[in-house]
Design a protein around this ligand. Structure first.
Ligand code: C2E
Ligand code: MG
Ligand code: MG
Length: 706
């Protein structure tokens, strides 16, 4: 600085401004008459330093007076021209900056030339800061996200190119509050709140928002803001802005998929849960629930094929929607199950009329693959007015109750609607208990499940010819459970298959021994089969194995099936029955007259007919017509007949007169344990009169059977 002219004038200001250190000219008492630009920024005098007190702006360690004194003495000696000192630049903006200071006395001896520059450590920090800033900038331009930053507050003072690209705006439009102003106005308040919270507590925030580009397009972004600077003093932020529009669209799509059934386009089960919850939260009246299930849809699917099945489901979905109002929700619950959620239902009559409309609409013929199919549906209704608790039901309980009511509708013959009531639930709770206990009993196979036998007699000869095996179950906790209670549960739960196997095996166990007794060589055991057993592809194979295991021929077994079991899917049933018959067993149609047997089918497959006990009970001398008709029909088709439920001598007499060959019922014997049958079978041995032995002659059955 040797070129520095002591007679420095205002014209030389520009030269001073080039210097990299702060330079101030002031009086000995401190009044500044000149300052360069660096001095201004270093000492923080925003409004210019001229006229201000230098010693207020720069606090010299140990005070300025000793330094000035030394400077004066140095000037007088003419050797050292500047005295070095350390001090603090007292700036308005921060706690003060350590500075290295030199003080020299100007030639006029009146004024002082003071220089100031950040002390060594500060300098290094400044360099480091500069490097950091460089690195930040390089980083900011290379990351694939928009970056906005601010030294202080919410106003951005930096925006990278990616940010401009996302916002569709030049960087300068984002500086200041611009970046917040270009968020969707529904999002900008929340964004501002997040940023100001972050500035206050220094905790990073991330939030979704929409950017509205200059072209008016919306982009979905995810913004993350983190604090920079010193908390409570000069906090700024760095914000990264990530464009997630594509992800977002994908998510929306996934959301739609998650709530929509792809086949029918109807809302799915998840949507039902949401909508139900929504209806409850909105505090509207409790929705009514109609649980709709197609009757025997499996048959349609199996016989017409899955494409036709899909078409049918779509048609049903359409019709259901037409039965509902706009405020209702039609849901595909799964498979052939649909749920109608009726909102704001004023009274019960509305629910019933919707149910009627649905039944009528579904049973209209549906064209599939050139033919017409007719399907029917069963409906379970939950109407909130009948909720037994008096409190609102949640979706879970509503759907469960509707399902229970649906089950009842199926039980009562399908193609109908049934409403839920608390008794039904008790029944279903009991069924659940039965299912669990039955499963355990089947697995344990420890004698809780046994077989009783009810004798079947030849009416004319009064002779035991066989017996029907009846499953019996005594659970340690539930006590004896009747077949009418546990067989349907076994069918619903799939337990019927292991149960049928267990019963078949147990029922046939003693037969070989019986058949070895004289007179009992042709004794047979009839075993009941349910419709579901017939659908078991391995049934015939299994029956063959059990016959084998029991060491008896096929004709020792009769299989009893109800009409409805056969008619549910006659073609499938017939082919299974044919393979069963090939093994030797006769097939008997149980409870004949209570269902709708097709004569054509009966003719194709020779079966025995078991006249239901309902007809036998109604039997008296005047009204024999029904049984006569059945006997005549059976005779015409060449089908053997058994009368069930014979309780009185009179009934037995009439049946004998009508030519019914075989009978069973309480008159002869209730179903009894195996040991009692052992005794009866032993009695079949012909009396020891070898001379004039008459085949088939046995004592009067009622004498030893009743
Ligand atoms: P089902 O096959 O028609 O059996 C005849 C039912 O009538 C038996 O009831 C029997 O005890 C009863 N019964 C017999 N004689 C008379 C009578 O003179 N008067 C009256 N009032 N009733 C009589 P149970 O044992 O309660 O069986 C009911 C039904 O449960 C059976 O009807 C059958 O469909 C089913 N079942 C029983 N065991 C099995 C089995 O092992 N498997 C399958 N799938 N079903 C079975
Ligand atoms: Mg039976
Ligand atoms: Mg029966």
């Amino acid at each position: 600085m040797t070129a520095l002219d002591p007679g420095l004038g205002v014209d030389d200001q520009s030269v001073l401004d080039l210097l990299p250190i702060g330079v101030v000219v002031c009086t000995v008492s401190g009044t500044i008459s000149l300052a360069n630009r660096v001095a201004e920024s270093l000492l923080g005098g925003g409004g210019g330093l001229v006229g201000r007190d230098c010693w207020e702006l720069v606090e010299i360690s140990g005070g300025q007076l000793p330094i000035i004194d030394r400077a004066r003495r140095a000037a007088a000696s003419g050797r050292v021209t500047a005295i070095e000192a350390t001090g603090t630049a007292r700036r308005d903006v921060d706690a003060g900056l350590p500075v290295a200071v030199t003080v020299r006395v100007m030639p006029d001896a009146e004024r002082l030339l003071v220089t100031a520059r950040p002390s060594g450590e500060e300098l290094r920090q400044a360099v480091r800061l500069r490097a950091t800033e460089d690195r930040f900038e390089r980083l900011a331009t290379s990351v694939p996200a928009g970056i906005l930053s601010s030294d202080f507050g919410m106003r951005a003072d930096f925006a990278n190119e990616q940010a401009s690209a996302i916002f569709g705006l030049p960087g300068e439009d984002l500086i200041g509050f611009g970046w917040l102003d270009h968020l969707h106005h529904d999002d900008s308040l929340a964004a501002e709140a997040a940023v100001s919270d972050m500035l206050a507590d220094g905790i990073e925030r991330a939030f979704p928002a929409r950017v509205v580009t200059a072209g008016g397009r919306e982009r979905q972004v995810r913004i993350r803001v983190a604090a920079t600077g010193t908390l409570g003093r000069d906090v700024g932020f760095v914000a990264t802005v990530e464009d997630v529009t594509e992800n977002h669209d994908l998510n929306e799509q996934l959301l739609v998929q998650a709530l929509q059934d792809p086949l029918t386009g109807l809302p799915n089960r998840t949507a039902l849960w949401e909508q139900f919850g929504l209806a409850l939260r909105e505090g509207r009246t409790q929705p009514a629930v109609l649980f709709v299930d197609l009757d025997d849809f499996k048959n349609v699917n199996d016989s017409l094929g899955h494409t036709a099945g899909d078409h049918l489901l779509n048609v049903v979905a359409d019709r259901l929607q037409r039965c509902a109002r706009a405020s209702d929700l039609v849901v595909r619950f799964g498979g052939d199950e649909f749920v109608l959620l009726l909102r704001d239902v004023p009274d019960r009559a509305v629910v019933d009329s919707v149910a009627e409309r649905v039944l009528a609409a579904i049973s209209e013929p549906i064209g599939v693959g050139g033919t017409e199919a007719v399907v029917t549906a069963s409906i379970g209704i939950v109407w909130p007015g009948e909720s037994d608790t008096g409190e609102g039901l949640d979706v879970e309980s509503s759907v469960r109750d509707a399902d229970i009511a649906l089950y009842q509708a199926k039980r009562l013959g399908k193609n109908r609607a049934e409403s839920f009531d608390a008794n039904l639930r008790d029944g279903s709770v009991r069924r659940i208990g039965i299912a669990a206990a039955l499963r355990r009993a089947i697995d344990a196979d420890n004698g809780e499940l046994t077989v009783h036998y009810q004798p079947i007699v030849d009416l004319a000869a009064g002779r035991l010819v066989g017996m029907e095996a009846m499953a019996r179950w005594c659970d340690p906790e539930l006590g004896p459970v009747a077949p009418v209670d546990f067989i349907p549960v076994a069918e619903e739960t799939g337990l019927i298959t292991p149960l049928a196997r267990l019963v078949l095996r147990r029922a046939l166990e003693p037969v070989a021994a019986w058949r070895r007794l004289p007179g009992a060589e042709r004794i047979f055991v009839a075993v009941n089969m349910s419709a579901l057993d017939l659908r078991e592809p391995l049934l015939a194979q299994h029956v063959a194995e059990v016959l084998d295991g029991a060491g008896i021929p096929g004709d020792a077994l009769h299989l009893e099936l109800t009409e409805s079991a056969v008619m549910a899917d006659p073609d499938q049933a017939l082919s299974m029955l044919e393979s069963l018959k090939a093994l030797g067993p006769s097939i008997a149609i149980d409870d004949f007259g209570t269902g709708y047997s097709s004569l054509a089918y009966l003719h194709r497959l020779p079966v025995d007919i078991k006249i239901d006990r309902e007809f036998v009970a109604a039997l008296d001398d005047e009204s024999t017509a029904l049984i006569e008709a059945i006997v005549a029909l059976a005779g015409a088709l060449g089908l053997p007949v058994v009368a069930e439920g014979v309780e009185t001598i009179e009934q037995a007499d009439i049946l004998t007169r009508l030519g019914v060959p075989l009978a069973q019922g309480f008159l002869f014997s209730r179903p009894v344990p195996r040991e009692e049958i052992d005794a009866l079978v032993a009695l079949l041995a012909p009396p020891p009169t070898p001379k004039d032995h008459v085949e088939g002659a046995v004592p009067d059955p009622s004498a030893h059977l009743s």
